[in-house]
Design a protein around this ligand. Structure first.
Ligand SMILES: Cc1cc2nc3c(=O)[nH]c(=O)nc-3n(C[C@H](O)[C@H](O)[C@H](O)COP(=O)(O)OP(=O)(O)OC[C@H]3O[C@@H](n4cnc5c(N)ncnc54)[C@H](O)[C@@H]3O)c2cc1C
Length: 453
């Protein structure tokens, strides 16, 4: 059995590893990766006296996929949890505590917004439940239209946007309700009489489990373990340029004939590869847009007067260039023990790729200046790393869940073909792990059916 996995990000590496587990030592698994390194959006650099992630730096700790995978790979001791500090929101040139008791920044009561929005907006939130909400079951709209209409634009710009900016490098205007907030869409579909009621019904059950987890020595350790344990051949610095069928299976340029293929590439690449053979999948995949970001990591003297918070997220409309600051050495206990403090500063939002073109020097000085503005501290970087992520995050716009259903249903018509990746069922690493796992199971089932493994 010969299997090609196209794309060596976390989705593709998990698929390769799971295929090895399912198909045994004799399966011939090749990972084709366009860049000269594996990991995609996961990248661990060296700063402030140790490894530091410059792509994803955490994962949702309430999902089981990453902790289970780490334990399975013998890396359970690498699991870390944050120190438990709260983030701040920078709005109207002031740092506010991040509101608590919200659903992705959407409040279930006016109280949680006090201090962040004006009195008129507070009154509007209080009155919201008494005016009927018109919602067509199954409908989808952008989050801004729903939240601004019911609670006012300040709630969308100051409370929701900072969080959606963190997850999708997007905003409430570029993200749809149904894909980003499925429990809210379900509550609305079920007939919630107001947004206040819908948010209350959609809140996750209370839990004492830490919201996030991380990896002590960075995502690098997970990537290395997956690569090694997959026993795959890695063809790096080599893009897959064509996917076709032949009488026995598939042909993928540049590796040639294979029995099965996993496409673990970003949506536009997947669309291009499927264009001829599966246009019904390619069309919706081509409609999924991407947004770009840049991450600057600064090493700072240990005594830099950073606030005792996990980070600072920026409201829409603030005159800053950065959109978020992760106070890494405050957020994570294992990083606080290092010789220097470390901070990650993120730039870039959907529709504005301009920071990708800035020089490293300009990015580092913008990062330091904006960090000084939001913390009031004197920022004197000892060292810095810059990483650009062009097209790094899929935008889950209105209609996303329909597009994904169309892609998966069209792909299901082909034996020996599976798709995986961050554009399908969640951009976070846990969702990518789940998607690589599902793709591998689909392929293992179909090649098993062909008599392999
Ligand atoms: C700045 C940033 C911070 C983030 N922070 C977090 C976080 O803290 N927690 C979290 O859970 N998630 C986070 N995410 C999201 C998460 O990191 C990504 O969604 C996830 O890593 C994507 O994995 P993937 O394998 O699906 O895609 P990718 O990592 O994009 O991998 C796809 C791979 O396909 C390759 N490729 C493309 N075209 C071809 C081709 N033609 N042939 C061969 N290979 C090709 C690419 O080079 C790439 O390596 C963050 C994302 C960004 C951008």
């Amino acid at each position: 059995m010969r299997i090609a996995v196209v794309g060596g990000g976390i989705s593709g590496l998990v698929a390769a590893y799971r295929l090895r587990r399912s198909l045994g030592p004799h399966a011939d698994i090749t990972v084709i990766e366009r860049s000269d390194r594996l990991g995609g959006i996961l990248y661990t650099g060296e700063l402030a006296g140790g490894p530091l992630d410059l792509g994803a730096e955490a994962f949702v700790g309430r999902r089981p996929e990453v902790p289970e995978l780490l334990r399975e790979l013998g890396l359970g001791s690498q699991l870390v949890t944050p120190a438990g500090l709260r983030p701040l929101v920078w709005s109207e040139a002031t740092a506010h505590p991040m509101p608590e008791g919200t659903l992705m920044g959407i409040p279930a009561s006016a109280e949680s917004m006090r201090g962040l929005v004006d009195a008129e907006t507070l009154a509007r939130i209080e009155a919201e439940s008494s005016s009927a909400l018109a919602w067509q079951p199954g409908a989808d709209i952008d989050v801004y239209s729903l939240v601004a209409d019911r609670f006012g634009a300040q709630v969308a710009r100051r409370s929701v946007d900072p969080l959606l900016g963190g997850v999708y490098a997007g905003s409430s205007r570029s993200i749809g309700v149904r894909a980003a907030l499925p429990t809210l869409a379900a509550a609305l579909d079920a007939g919630a009489p107001s947004l206040t009621h819908a948010v209350a019904a959609a809140m996750p059950p209370p839990s004492n489990a830490p919201v996030f987890g991380g990896i002590r020595d960075g995502y690098r350790v997970l990537l290395e373990a997956l690569s090694a344990r997959s026993g795959a051949k890695f063809v790096t610095a080599s893009a897959a340029t064509r996917l076709d069928r032949d009488s026995n299976g598939w042909v993928v340029d540049p590796v040639g004939a294979v029995d099965a293929v996993v496409l673990a590439t970003p949506a536009p690449v997947t669309a291009a590869l499927l264009h001829t053979i599966a246009p019904a999948a390619a069309r919706p995949a081509s409609e999924i847009e991407l947004s770009s970001s840049v991450v600057v990591a600064l090493a700072l003297p240990r005594d830099t007067a950073l606030p005792v918070n996990s980070g600072i997220l920026v409201a829409t409309g603030e005159p800053l260039r950065a959109k978020a600051f992760t106070l890494s050495s405050r957020k994570w206990t294992h990083l606080s023990e290092r010789e220097n403090a470390s901070v990650r500063i993120s730039f870039g939002k959907f529709g504005d790729d301009s920071t990708l073109a800035w020089s490293d020097a300009d990015l580092i000085s913008a990062a330091a200046e904006d960090l000084a503005t939001v913390t009031g501290a004197t920022i004197e970087p000892l060292d810095a790393l810059v990483r650009r992520w062009p097209g790094g995050l899929a935008q889950y716009g209105p209609g996303h869940t329909t597009r994904v259903a169309e892609i998966e249903s069209a792909v299901a018509d082909f034996a020996g073909l599976a798709v995986a990746g961050a554009y399908l069922h969640g951009v976070g690493v846990p969702a990518c792990v789940a998607s690589g796992t599902a793709a591998a199971h689909r392929i293992a089932d179909s090649v098993g059916h062909l008599g392999g493994g």
